[in-house]
Design a protein around this ligand. Structure first.
Ligand SMILES: Nc1nc2c(c(=O)[nH]1)N=C([C@H](O)[C@@H](O)CO)CN2
Length: 126
């Protein structure tokens, strides 16, 4: 599946972190997603019903991440990937999760995961 629907720079404040001081504050996370989804039916019908609605995906992720309280980015990213694939007919995805305030000397830190049939080793969003 070569068609992709993407969301970039999805900024969400969440309880995230391993240290005591991190459990009492919200910290900014920035997510980029690239989702494998066949757009041919949406293209031929011009109907959102047949599209992967990036607004709906964004809102679902925002709701989940805002309510979450994981310690590790790894744990949160795994759950976000699972929700998107289970609830939105997405056959594969790449998810980048950036915690920009975590290391003051760095522009960003975080991780990138691929799941499902997203090609291994491909990093289309940079
Ligand atoms: N691979 C990871 N390393 C670290 C994480 C993480 O979630 N995954 N988290 C922390 C701390 O919470 C850090 O962000 C506090 O500044 C450290 N390393």
């Amino acid at each position: 599946m070569s068609d992709r629907v993407f969301i970039t720079g999805l900024a969400i404040d969440a309880t995230i972190g391993v240290y005591d001081w991190e459990r009492t504050i919200k910290q900014r996370l920035v997510l980029d997603l690239e989702m494998c989804f066949d757009i041919s039916t949406a293209a031929s019908t011009d109907d959102l019903v047949h599209a992967l609605d990036y607004s709906a995906v964004s809102q679902r992720i925002i709701s989940f991440v805002e309510a979450s309280a994981y310690q590790l980015l790894e744990a949160l990213a795994e759950q976000v990937a699972r929700i998107v694939m289970d609830e939105f007919s997405v056959s594969g995805l790449m998810l980048r999760m950036n915690k920009p305030g975590a290391v003051p000397e760095a522009a960003g830190v975080g991780l990138v995961i691929t799941r499902g049939d997203y090609p291994k080793g491909e990093r289309s969003l940079g």
